[in-house]
Write a protein that binds this ligand. Structure first.
Ligand code: ADP
Ligand code: MG
Length: 658
């Protein structure tokens, strides 16, 4: 079928948008491609339409599965058989979806990258023919990208393992370096990379210097000009979102806060009310915006500096989708610079922790099993950097990921266990009986002891799993997998742990440097000596033909300088001394200078969560100070003393996602 006819037939659209036809024609003729279009430009159609024309399943991987609901709803409303495997599904729903995929009844299946490690899913995926692997937010695969997701590095292997011929990469924010990197991994030729450009002539990009103390008033007056215009205000910290929204609300602005620390229902409610216009202004951390498809947002205000040019571009990209003018204002002030930088330092593991891990691996046998959450806690490394560390070790050929299994399966009986046994005869009956006899029932949940079953019955783990799956398909039980155990093969036991620790630590320090550089590039960009729109386009590899855009602050007012506030008090001048050694002893064996500095800078780590240290005096006390300075200062303190009085009163609640 011709793709133009298919467009009308399946989606009711009259014409393609820019870039879509180029991408779709490649994909339907069996050529892998990458689509780099700005947010809202219509990337999803680039897989949705081919999915209808390709013989087998289209498998879509997204880091934001929960936010793909809109896409799923869109597909279902067009009667396209599509489904999403997410963690909220009941066993019955999960099975139904898998069965439809195996029977080739589904055209599109959306999964998270973690799903590939699930042994039950992997077993099923081998039975499913997949025509196309789609990777949404594909920049996550590149370490040069602003949102590197270590698990994404496994995707090229999965593609081979499951025999998927073609790939489609989708992203809105990729520099030339990132594009090159992601395409190289999937063997996509540069002629199959379709970029539509980022330039938006209806966005007024305004960088305006504002002192820290004057930001709130400035915000109120900016919004007060047109209080009903849909507006997003971006801030760095959750507490700033709360405070600022309250301040606006107290001044008769119809505003609400939105951040990762709020309950899901509350967030959904705010988002819905913003979408339907009953809230005019949302003051949010970066947790807000993904999947927001509201076309009449008139203002995006960066109350605090964004995290990177990529983030900036994505965040302002939500404004003015209707093509009408919209204002994108950055309050140029360097006050939150240390906070942004400290987030990065907080993700660099301690050298000691890396060493400890390497020793554990070295002393381990051929198969190394680990639970990420426990490991993260033991080493005091946040989950994301821990995953990065494991990826580094597999790149160094020390370990190789094999699979994930669930140590524990639990289920709820939906019928009486006796009835289940009665369904079988002879040997199978015995087997089923053995399984159920070796399950331990509590009030509601029953735990399966797979290890014991295997040894008692002298059988394979797989057979037990198949049986459980069968019970579940028959709706005799509702099955849940417990904590995941990651299994790695140790490829090399003869490494020198000291030497390798140095190497790996260096990689983290380089990564840290790149990330810090990213922030400084952004500052340079805001302060740039030429048209902001042109600079932004060129950052993403697009050359604008125009001399100046006439809708940015450079074109209207010239170069901007961000405000540098007065110097903070020198660390040695802080009074009200409080024993650093107390915090140190609280942190126990993990009380290194790095971990102490993380505590004082208010950076969340697994250790701090475990000790509930956020509530202790001194946590975040030096939040506005550069991490390195704090760490050096700690190391120089012979008497180990710090001030106990917080300079400002605030609550801390930083989550992984903000
Ligand atoms: P992106 O993923 O690039 O941010 P989406 O794929 O979510 O953007 O598309 C944004 C909106 O544009 C969706 O509502 C989609 O249905 C619509 N859209 C996409 N392509 C077309 C088209 N050719 N004609 C009309 N509407 C389209
Ligand atoms: Mg999208």
């Amino acid at each position: 079928m011709d793709i133009n006819i298919a467009l009308k037939k399946y989606f009711g659209f009259d014409s393609f948008r820019k870039g879509q036809e180029e991408v779709i024609s490649r994909i339907v003729s069996g050529v892998s491609a990458a689509a780099i279009f700005p947010t809202g430009a219509g990337k999803s159609l680039c897989y949705q339409l081919p999915a209808m024309l390709l013989p087998h399943l289209t498998l879509v991987v997204s880091p934001l599965l929960s936010l793909m609901k809109d896409q799923l709803d869109f597909l279902l409303s067009n009667n396209i058989p599509a489904a999403r495997l997410d963690s909220t599904l009941t066993g019955e729903q999960y099975n139904k979806i898998i069965t439809r995929a195996v029977r080739s009844e589904l055209k599109i299946l959306m999964v998270s990258v973690e799903r590939f490690k699930n042994e039950r899913f992997r077993n099923k995926l081998r039975e499913i023919d997949v025509s196309l692997l789609v990777i949404d937010e594909a920049h996550c695969i590149s370490e040069w990208g602003h949102n590197f997701r270590p698990e994404y590095l496994r995707l090229p292997d999965y593609q081979k393992e499951f025999g998927i011929k073609n790939t489609l990469l989708l992203t809105a924010t990729a520099t030339e370096q990132v594009t090159f990197d992601m395409c190289r991994r999937f063997n996509i030729d540069s002629e199959n990379v379709i970029t539509t450009g980022f330039y938006r002539d209806n966005l007024f990009l305004n960088i305006t210097p504002v002192r820290d103390a004057e930001k709130k008033e400035k915000l109120l007056s900016d919004i007060g000009n047109a209080p009903d215009d849909p507006t997003i205000v971006y801030v760095t910290l959750q507490k700033t979102a709360e405070e600022t929204a309250s301040y606006l609300a107290a001044n008769q602005i119809n505003a609400a806060a939105y951040h990762g620390g709020m309950k899901n229902e509350e967030r959904t409610d705010i988002q819905n009310r913003f979408m339907n216009g009953s809230i005019a202004c949302v003051v949010a951390t970066i947790a807000f915006g993904m999947g927001i498809d509201k076309n009449n947002i008139r203002r995006v205000i960066h109350f605090d500096l964004p995290k990177s040019i990529e983030n900036y571009s994505q965040e302002i990209g939500r404004a003015g989708r209707d093509g009408k003018p919209a204002a994108c204002v950055v309050y140029g002030n360097k006050r939150n610079l240390s906070i942004l930088e400290n987030f990065i330092y907080g993700d660099t593991p301690d050298r000691e922790a890396i060493f400890q891990l390497l020793k554990e691996i070295k002393e381990n046998g051929k198969l190394w099993e680990t639970k990420l959450i426990g490991l993260s806690r033991d080493l005091n490394i946040r989950i994301l950097p821990l995953k990065t560390l494991l990826v580094y070790l597999s790149i160094e050929k020390i370990i190789e990921p094999k699979y994930t299994y669930f140590e524990e399966y639990t289920f709820k009986y939906l019928i009486n266990p006796k009835e289940i046994i009665e369904q079988f005869k002879d040997e199978r009956k015995q087997f089923v009986q053995t399984i159920l006899e070796n399950c331990h029932s509590k009030k509601v949940w029953t735990t399966v002891d797979i290890g014991t079953i295997c040894s008692v019955y002298q059988t394979e783990r797989q057979r037990v799993l198949n049986a459980l799956d069968y019970f579940y398909e028959k709706q005799w039980i509702d099955l849940h997998a417990g904590q995941a155990v990651e299994v790695y093969q140790v490829l090399n036991h003869s490494f020198d742990p000291e030497l390798l620790t140095d190497n790996i630590y260096r990689l983290f320090r380089e990564k840290e440097k790149t990330e810090i550089q990213r922030i400084h590039n952004m500052i340079r960009f805001f302060e740039s000596d030429s048209c902001i729109s042109k600079e932004l386009a060129s950052y993403f590899g697009e050359k604008l033909e125009i001399e100046k855009c006439d809708h940015c602050s450079f074109c209207s007012q010239g170069r901007m300088r961000l405000v540098s506030e007065d110097e903070l008090k020198g660390l040695s001048e802080l009074d009200n001394l409080h024993k650093l050694s107390e915090i140190k002893s609280l942190l126990g064996p993990l009380g290194t200078s790095g971990n102490l500095a993380k505590f004082l800078c208010g950076l969340n780590t697994p250790l701090i969560t475990r000790l509930r240290a956020k509530k202790l005096p001194g946590f975040g006390f030096l939040e506005k100070y550069p991490f390195k300075e704090v760490q050096n200062w700690i190391e120089s303190q012979a008497d180990c003393s710090v001030s106990s009085q917080c300079p400002e009163a605030y609550t801390h609640e930083r989550s992984e996602s903000q």
